[in-house]
Design a binder for this molecule. Sequence first.
Ligand code: 5GP
Length: 177
Amino acid sequence: MNGIKQILISKEELGKKVKELGNKISNDYEGKDLILVGVLKGGFVFLADLIRELKIPVEIDFISVSSYGSSSKSSGVVRIIKDIDISITNKHVMIVEDIADTGLTLKYLKEMLQTRGPADIKIIAALDKPSRRKVEIDLDYKGFTIPDEFVIGYGLDYAGKYRNLPDLCILDEEVYK
Ligand code: 5GP
C-alpha cells in the first residue's frame, strides 16, 4: 500500500505479544470480573484481539476523546466525545489504548474514571513511545516500546486511513510533507 515506509512490528509478532498479555491478565485477575474500556478509535483492533485471549469474565465498553487543539493538548485538556454507558463503581477497570505518546490522554482518562469510584483502574497500551512523554503515567501492561516514529496500522490511522493494516508500519514522510 502507498504511504508505508517499512513494517515495524509484524502481525505475527503483535499476535504473539497479545497472547502473552492475555495470559498474564487472566492470571492477575483470576476470580475477578473486569471491565475493559477501549479508547476509540485507535484502540479497537487491540481490544478485539486482547479479549479473545482472556480466560476471565469481561465486559467491554468504549470511550472516545478528542483534544481541544494544540495549546490545550499540552495542558492535557481533552473532550469526551462518547462516554462509557456502564457503571464502573466498585468494578475492576482497565483502559485499553493503542499507544501512549505524550501520556496526556491516558492521564486525563484515568483521573476522570477514578472519580467514579471503581475498585481499581489499570492501563494497558499496545505501544509505548516513551521519548515523547510529557506527563508521568504508569502503564500497568504494555506490548512494545517503539522509537519516535509516526506509526500506522493495527488500528492506528493517518488522516483517518490505514487502520486496517494488519502490521504496525512506519508512515512514509512523503505522505505528510
Ligand atoms: P497522547 O495523549 O499520549 O499524546 O496521545 C495518544 C494518542 O495520540 C493515541 O491514542 C493516538 O491516537 C495518537 N498517536 C500518538 N502517536 C501516534 C502515532 O505514532 N501514530 C498514530 N497514528 N497516532 C498516534
